[in-house]
Design a protein around this ligand. Structure first.
Ligand code: GAF
Length: 373
């Protein structure tokens, strides 16, 4: 008997999955019309679902939650559903708002994307639901269209003021590829990223420092960026030039804008080096510079992530940086393939010395985007 059958006492119509992501570089640039370079993880959220033809309620269960949540697909609106199920209800709502059919469903959520670690578990759930709904209703499953609907759920239903990187990574990810996204044009280019061929690995260190997007700090950074762009007289920080930024008299806004402008340059530089087929070790210093910029100018790192990045570098990583929204979450380190354990252990030892909860380290492999499971 499958988990779905046990949960709902019937057979499912299908199963769909979407991945979490790590961002290689390009942080807090997505809502500034800039560039990002994430990869889809091999950790996925799985959604198994069946249409409910004669009832008027959707029932959502999660393997991580004791109780189901129910709502009516035909009427559910922002504010009606909160917590984990809001990511499901939000996508249903966004589909309805876009004029697409929204049947009621029995829906089971499972998966292995760590929650609250800055690996976009929420975007992976949204995108898994989006692809399930598109498939079940035989409507467009074009990845960028679904990513937009998933982001609308996050912004307007859940109320997290994010950019669109995570949903685009979950929809467009591909094995052995980075998703190079111009967030202004929504143009995607898949960049080969075969670290194993160079005896390298991308180590992800979950610092276990809690990470939250709905709290105020993320929104504050967004507002600072908008204010800096307004002072500079440009539509977004994408258009800002460094020399003009350096002349801003408000120190906080100057630092925030400097991070975004230099981070966009670093993304383009990384893409250029990888496109040219250079040894990926050459991108290490750019990753580290990105971390320093997030620490010193954007002020979104915390001691747990700084210690993880510094320790990984001291243990021989070619580059290390926090990935994701910030204030906790994960650090990535570019390391020799044979060094993953040693670097992970060095970070664990540094945490133990400080009496911190042990971090969890794993290797990221660029994997497929959302699809039928
Ligand atoms: C979070 C957001 F959801 C993204 O849109 C992006 O802004 C990221 O933080 C920072 O780069 O993951």
């Amino acid at each position: 008997m499958t988990d779905f059958t046990r949960a709902f006492g019937r057979e499912p119509d299908g199963a769909w999955a979407a991945p979490g992501r790590v961002n290689l570089i390009g942080e807090h640039t997505d809502y500034n019309d800039g560039f990002v370079l994430p990869l889809a993880l091999d950790r996925r959220t799985l959604v198994t679902a069946a249409r409910v033809d004669r009832a008027s309620r959707t029932t959502v269960r999660s393997s991580r939650e004791a109780d189901p949540v129910t709502f009516a697909a035909a009427t559910v609106s922002p504010g009606d559903v909160e917590g984990w199920a809001a990511y499901v209800a939000g996508v249903v709502w966004a589909f309805r708002e876009a004029g697409r059919p929204v049947p009621d469903l029995d829906l089971l959520v499972q998966g292995d994307v760590p929650v609250g670690a800055g690996l976009s578990s929420s975007a992976s759930l949204e995108c898994a639901v989006a692809i399930a709904l598109a498939d079940l209703t035989d409507t467009s499953a074009e990845p960028t269209v679904l990513a937009r609907l998933a982001r609308r759920a996050e912004n307007e239903f859940v109320g997290a003021p994010t950019g669109g990187m995570d949903q685009m990574a979950a929809m467009h990810g591909a094995p052995g590829r980075l998703v190079f996204l111009d967030t202004r044009s929504e143009q995607v280019e898949l960049i080969p990223f075969d670290l194993a061929a160079h005896d390298l690995a991308l180590l992800v260190i979950d610092t276990k420092a809690p990470h939250q997007l709905v709290d105020g700090q993320y929104g504050e950074r967004r507002r600072d960026c908008a204010d800096a762009a307004a002072l500079l007289g440009v539509p977004s920080l994408r258009e800002a030039r460094l020399h003009a930024v350096e002349e801003l008299t408000d120190e906080r806004l100057r630092r925030r804008a400097r991070h975004v402008v230099t981070e966009n340059d670093r993304v383009l530089e990384v893409v250029e080096r990888l496109r040219a087929g250079k040894d990926p070790r050459a991108i290490g210093p750019l990753l580290t510079a990105s971390h320093e910029s997030m620490r010193d100018d954007f002020a979104i790192t915390v001691p747990h992530v700084d210690v993880a990045a510094e320790t990984a570098l001291a243990a021989g990583a070619h580059g290390a940086r926090m990935t994701g929204g910030g204030f906790g979450g994960c650090v990535i380190a570019l390391v020799e393939a044979g060094d993953t354990e040693r670097v992970g252990e060095a970070v664990a030892a540094a945490y133990a010395e400080r009496g911190w909860e042990p971090p969890v380290a794993f290797t990221a492999v660029a994997s497929a985007g959302a699809g039928r499971a």
